[in-house]
Design a protein around this ligand. Structure first.
Ligand SMILES: CC(C)(COP(=O)(O)OP(=O)(O)OC[C@H]1O[C@@H](n2cnc3c(N)ncnc32)[C@H](O)[C@@H]1OP(=O)(O)O)[C@@H](O)C(=O)NCCC(=O)NCCS
Length: 211
């Protein structure tokens, strides 16, 4: 019933005011806002990462919620992708997000392209693009076990926020925090009247944050 312990990351986008830096010539990033915008071979490659029916349905749901899918191509071949959603969460989350907050989730680099910092290029590029569009803060997470993802996120401008585990039961999500000092400050910005955790406590019920 518990999720694995996750490491949560936060990036203050006010420091990302310059336009996106040029990517190396071999890399291209494209933002997609619907399934119809995807080349059939790209969507097929993404769908084949998991259970095709499930991934397809999940993609439709994400686009319907207003999520963006970012593709990164190496020499015109799809090398990886990642999702972002602004102002709301895609699934029960650890805390409420403000309108100008962006959640980064489900990043993937195809096996033959791993270890070349493709994930870093993609996340860094997206951070600059969403900052240029007016977003204020970005959030990301990785399973505590996921060394590759942790290492890749830590190399970007994301900073570690803390460790947490969540449990969703009867539509209520309970969050267990391992470290939450910075989280409190971040959450107050999103919802000042609703502290993330009771003073002195290390759990919170965030069920009201889920749309
Ligand atoms: C996590 C992931 C996106 C990282 O992408 P990436 O472009 O390979 O990232 P990097 O090149 O920055 O490599 C990250 C780390 O993984 C290591 N690594 C992972 N697979 C590797 C491979 N096949 N070859 C070489 N290095 C690899 C790198 O050495 C690096 O570790 P280091 O910083 O200690 O040297 C990718 O491994 C992946 O898609 N994993 C499966 C999906 C997943 O776990 N997504 C994240 C959670 S949503």
């Amino acid at each position: 019933m518990f999720s694995n312990r996750a490491v949560l990351f936060y990036c203050d986008l006010s420091g990302h005011t310059s336009p996106p830096a040029d990517l190396p010539k071999s890399l291209k990033v494209a933002r997609k806002r619907s399934l119809a915008e995807l080349e059939p071979e790209d969507s097929q490659q993404i769908i084949d990462v998991g259970n095709p029916k499930l991934v397809h349905r999940r993609m439709e749901e994400r686009f319907a919620k207003g999520a963006s899918l970012w593709l990164i191509k190496f020499e015109d071949r799809l090398a990886g992708y990642g999702w972002t959603l602004q102002g709301r969460v895609i699934a029960p989350y650890y805390f409420p997000l403000a309108e100008d907050d962006v959640q980064f989730f489900d990043f993937h680099v195809f096996a033959k392209y791993r270890g070349r910092a493709i994930d870093w290029f993609l996340m860094t590029h997206i951070l600059q693009r969403v900052a240029a569009d007016g977003a204020a803060r970005a959030f990301a997470e990785a399973g505590e076990w996921n060394r590759a993802s942790l290492s890749s996120i830590a190399a970007t401008s994301f900073r570690r926020l803390g460790w947490a585990r969540k449990l969703t039961i009867f539509q209520h999500t309970i969050v267990f925090w391992a470290e939450n000092d910075m989280v409190r400050q971040v959450e107050e910005h999103a919802c000042p009247k609703w502290p993330l955790a009771a003073p002195g406590g290390n759990t919170s019920d965030i069920s009201r944050s889920v749309p």
